[in-house]
Ligand binder design. Structure first.
Ligand code: NAP
Length: 241
């Protein structure tokens, strides 16, 4: 399986969940500092599973295409693609710069297009594959200061449903997972007031854990979900119903 953003947070939890089943894992990340990526590799290695990490900017069409050509060249196929990498560039619309808008859309939405397009030909050839895109509850309900992020995550949902329709007869399923408020570095950055506001809206009264998202991603990749495509699975403690 190939996953973007496997160095930390939800992506790392997904790597470990697949490693538990002995899957061969290739993940990409972005930070030139390899510390977090090496931590993930170390954890997977302890489980006696083969994993590789590669520095790759998923917003670069050419670099992504070259990366997947290499992967397919070596392993012949990619069974599962998890489009997980994402960033926030928060600002109120009135103060949002063009660059903040572009960065969020380039990584979160164009990155998903780039990776999916690069992998799909080999999946069609195999007549099998699983594509799982990580959206967000924010793509459904919006959020103050996150119009760029919300647009990118809502875009992922439209993309998922369209590609699911295009690939439905080719043995390939395409689904999205929309996490709520999950305990990772992304949410650590939130000011205390924003955290409290979110928590107050979660019926379960607690923040979610990366493992709880990873479990659903793994389930969507399994053979038991052959007849599920074009869906958005919410993992949010009831924050959005
Ligand atoms: P995170 O801890 O901030 O990790 C983000 C990951 O994306 C890192 O592995 C990072 O790599 C990678 N990445 C960032 N920019 C990249 C690029 N240009 N090319 C390749 N990789 C890149 O995030 P997270 O909280 O685990 O979130 C994972 C996904 O879930 C995101 O799509 C996020 O929007 C979504 N999500 C999260 C929450 C939440 O509450 N945490 C809620 C809803 C949805 P480096 O480590 O190398 O920088």
């Amino acid at each position: 399986m190939v996953i973007t953003g496997g160095s930390r947070g939800i992506g790392r939890a997904v790597c470990l969940r697949f490693a538990r089943e002995g899957a061969r894992i290739i993940f990409v990340h972005y930070d030139p500092d390899d510390l977090k990526a090496n931590e993930t590799l170390g954890l997977v290695d302890k489980m006696d599973v083969e994993a590789r990490a590669r520095k790759l900017d998923i917003s670069s069409f050419g670099a992504v295409e070259a990366f997947f050509q290499e992967v397919v060249g070596e392993f012949q196929r990619v069974d599962v693609l998890v489009n997980n990498a994402g960033i926030t560039r928060d600002a109120f619309l009135m103060r949002m710069s063009e660059d903040q808008w572009d960065q969020a859309l380039l990584v979160n939405l164009k990155g998903v297009f780039n990776c999916t397009k690069a992998v799909v030909k080999s999946m069609v050839k195999e007549r099998s594959g699983r594509i799982i895109n990580i959206s967000s509850v924010i793509g459904q309900i919006g959020n103050i200061g996150q119009s760029n992020y919300a647009a990118s995550k809502a875009g992922i949902i439209g993309f998922t449903k369209s590609v699911a329709r295009e690939l439905a007869t080719r043995g390939i399923t395409v689904n999205a997972v929309a996490p709520g408020f999950i305990n990772t570095e992304m949410t650590e950055k939130l000011p205390d007031k924003a955290r409290e506001t979110f928590l107050a809206q979660i019926p379960m009264g607690r923040i979610g854990e990366p493992d709880e998202v990873a479990e659903v991603v793994y389930w969507l990749a399994s053979v038991t979900t052959n007849y599920i495509t074009g869906q958005v699975i919410h993992v949010n403690g009831g924050l959005y119903m």
